[in-house]
Design a protein around this ligand. Structure first.
Ligand code: BGC
Length: 762
């Protein structure tokens, strides 16, 4: 194996394809190869393959430590992750191939969560585009760039459903809906993997399996406890969809599933994932999660390692439990060799599927790093897609779009920082290449209007807090006092015709380990906003956020609010495109925005309760399911988002009022008309309600959507063909069934403004 001929890696930018399952002949060839290789391996070498140590490269910012190189040479490493730089990766691969006894190449992973150096919007934002082509494209570009830098495995897509914006990791997922989340999971797997043949197609890793998004109280790494009915009906779908699409690897989650840590939960990994869903790829743990088992209050490291392996975990990320304890466990008879062999086989198969045995340097053509990263084409994609993700929440008096004339004041702590734009988990980002919003506005207004700028406030008045949420050198602090910053901003505002307030959270206050109990705008920014509004000039608020934040006060007081999330490396230009009307906003929320934190969890696809509130009466109702001090309804519902134009929905019809439960179908159609004066995209949504089931069914569930473009005055009829598959759910016995009875189908622009018709399933 040491005498590989290193073919010049051909650049293949093949259109993405669904990963085709291997033919029987291909599988037999792989089995033979892996069996022969395993026959040569010692137990130590096998345990080496199960070991995924950290590289410390990106986290510490140092070059990879020599210890890892030595371990690789000794055959003690199956892969490592988060190294940036094709040369460094190639050298490590060389050590594996040339210096280890069997020359088995490494898996080289990275958290390429929403792009490499061309950074796309955070995944929550991407989901708000409801644009599967765009999302697939973002993953494709990420794979092209990451692979050009030597990465062959991304720890993405993160498909955890979450209904709790206190949990900072909502930023990394696709919001609260299992159907939309599943479509997105599929698109991302397609984008990363293609058919896993070319040197720009890399392994995807679906995470975090499972239920990580249901952390109690929104506190990261916290306990999860839920019924199996809820798991199957509300949380599992996106993981399964990614597996169905051919995702090659799965990452376990940190949390308990039914009282047992996911990493060693045999029911979850063996029965559900491999048994029921037929997953035949490789399972990796999350960072250190075997080691955390004893902290959860279960066994020690040797026992946890044995159980994790037995449950179906193959690769140990950073716990050193497999490499550190399994040899002894095999020798003392507590771990059967068969379990080790199963895991080794799956890891070698992943390497085989990547083509690493044929050409271990397949992803190490260092020339590509210079030509395929942060290209003009990729940046144009990121800019176009980012603009689709912004959600226009309010636009009284059509303040937006702004004309490119007069004096525009850009004020706020988010206005002049490049490092805060891309968003959390931009591990390969190069902030020096990105524009600040101020630069984006300057470019957009050049020669047409004057741009004024003031910072106005820090993110938080409290320096310690701000430091904690501006990691990785994303330091944004202004040494002046909050009063001085405010005074300067008011002077600037006084000169302006219109004010754009760039406010929100720092990007690292969402993402991993960034839970929050207060989701309102930090006090110092609220004070700034109040004073800007008091000038009486038109104010547009840009809300930078990695989660649904609480904008109750703003929704009453600010005329125009555009939620811009964290829009990636090209966010500055994309925001300018939308603010100044070159692009009409079209994003719609994929996670409910609450009135206040006390409403959480608040989500659209809830059950009805036995005592629902009378929706016609907004007042508090005694002995009904409602709050004394807040409405049940959220501030902005799932699916909500405005446009600069207006759309109307008419002629909602069904082509039949009944269907057969086996193979019947009904087509629901609705006509959407652009009644405004500019072209725009609308996301047409269809929901289903199963009125009476053998178990309680949600008040509505998204089942279909379509993104359409309409010129002013134009109409389009959008249809949804309902089949039994759209009506199925897991019953009390967890059988996937459609039950005869009455159903409702609803259509509209969001999850609340819906027209509804009944039909029967016979
Ligand atoms: C995160 C994962 C990530 C891993 C490797 C963990 O802390 O939960 O999402 O892939 O680290 O960086």
């Amino acid at each position: 194996m040491k005498k590989h001929i290193i073919a010049a890696a051909a650049l293949m930018l093949a259109a993405s394809a669904v990963a085709k399952p291997m033919t029987d002949a291909e599988k037999a060839k792989m089995d033979k190869f892996v069996t022969e290789l395993m026959a040569k391996m010692t137990l130590d070498e096998k345990l080496g393959q199960l070991n995924l140590p950290p590289s410390d490269d990106i986290v510490t910012g140092q070059t990879i430590n020599s210890n890892i190189g030595q371990a690789v040479a000794k055959g003690q490493v199956g892969g490592t992750f988060n190294i940036k730089g094709a040369e460094k990766i190639r050298e490590l691969q060389r050590v594996a191939v040339e210096e280890s006894r069997l020359g088995i190449p490494l898996l080289l992973g990275m958290d390429v969560i929403h792009g490499y150096e061309t950074v796309f919007p955070i995944p929550l934002a991407l989901s708000c585009s409801w644009d599967m082509e765009a999302i697939e494209r973002s993953a494709r570009v990420a794979a092209v760039e990451a692979s050009a830098a030597g990465v062959n495995w991304t720890f993405s897509p993160m498909v955890d459903i979450s209904r709790d914006p206190r949990w900072g990791r909502m930023s990394e997922g696709s919001g609260e809906d299992p159907y939309l989340g599943s479509e997105i999971a599929r698109a991302m797997v397609r984008g990363y993997q293609g058919d896993l043949k070319n040197n720009d197609e890399i392994l995807a890793c679906v995470k975090h399996f499972a239920l990580y998004g249901a952390s109690e109280a929104g506190r990261d790494y916290n306990t999860v406890d839920m019924s199996r009915s809820r798991m199957y009906n509300e949380y599992f779908a996106p993981y399964k969809a990614a597996v169905d699409e051919g995702a090659a690897t799965v990452m376990t989650s940190f949390n308990l599933v039914d009282g047992v840590p996911a990493t060693e939960n045999k029911w979850l990994l063996d029965d559900v994932l491999r048994g029921q869903w037929g997953f035949d790829g490789m399972v990796v743990t999350d960072y250190g999660s075997i080691g955390e088992v004893s902290v959860h209050g279960l066994e020690n490291l040797p026992e946890a390692s044995a159980r994790a392996l037995d449950a179906g975990t193959d690769m140990d990320m950073c716990s050193f439990g497999f490499i550190g304890t399994l040899k002894q466990s095999v020798e003392n008879g507590t771990v059967p060799m068969e379990n080790i062999d199963k895991a080794v086989r799956r890891i070698l198969e992943a390497k085989y599927r990547l083509g690493l045995f044929e050409n271990p340097y397949k992803f190490n053509d260092t020339k590509r790093e210079k030509t395929h990263i942060y290209t003009k084409e990729h940046r144009a994609d990121a800019r176009r897609i980012a603009a689709e993700t912004f959600v226009l929440l309010k636009n009284d008096g059509k303040v937006l779009p702004l004309a490119k004339k007069g004096k525009v004041a850009l004020i706020g702590p988010m206005a002049n920082t490049a490092s805060n734009m891309p968003g959390t988990w931009s591990v390969a980002a190069d902030f020096s290449k990105y524009k600040t919003l101020k630069q984006g506005f300057e470019d957009a207004l050049k020669g047409k209007a004057e741009l004024l700028y003031a910072k106005g406030s820090n993110v938080y008045a409290d320096y310690e807090l701000e430091k904690a949420v501006t990691l990785f050198g994303r330091e944004m602090r202004d040494p002046r006092s909050e009063d001085e910053l405010l005074a300067e901003a008011l002077k600037v505002a006084a000169e302006a015709d219109v004010i754009v307030a760039a406010l929100g959270e720092a990007s690292e206050s969402s993402g991993e380990s960034s839970s929050k109990t207060d989701l309102t705008l930090p006090d110092t920014q609220r004070r700034l906003l109040e004073k800007l509004l008091a000038t009486g000039k038109p104010v547009v608020m840009l809300n930078f956020s990695g989660r649904p934040t609480v904008l109750e006060w703003e929704s009453r007081n600010v005329p125009a609010i555009l939620n811009v999330w964290f829009g990636g490396s090209e966010a500055a230009d994309a925001i300018a495109d939308v603010v100044f009307g070159d692009v009409n906003p079209s994003g719609k929320l994929t996670a409910t925005m609450p009135v206040n934190v006390g409403q959480i969890p608040v989500y659209y696809n809830h059950f009805n309760t036995g005592r629902p509130k009378d929706p016609a009466n907004p007042a508090y109702q005694k002995y009904r399911s409602n709050y004394i001090d807040a409405p049940n309804k959220p501030l902005y519902p799932f699916g909500f988002g405005m446009s600069y134009t207006d759309f109307t929905y008419t002629d909602f019809t069904l082509d039949s009022d009944s269907m057969n439960s086996n193979d019947g179908k009904i087509t629901a159609s609705v006509t959407v008309t652009n009644t405004g004066d500019r072209a725009g995209d609308e996301i047409v949504q269809f929901y289903i309600r199963d009125v009476a089931g053998s178990v309680a069914r949600p008040v509505k569930e998204l089942k279909h959507f379509e993104r359409i473009r309409l010129e002013p005055g134009m109409s389009k009829t959008v249809s949804f063909t309902i089949t039994p598959e759209d009506l199925k759910f897991y019953n009390y016995n967890l059988d996937y069934v459609v039950e005869p009875g009455t159903f409702k189908v609803m259509a509209g622009p969001d999850s609340e403004r819906l027209v509804s018709l009944d039909f029967k399933v016979l």
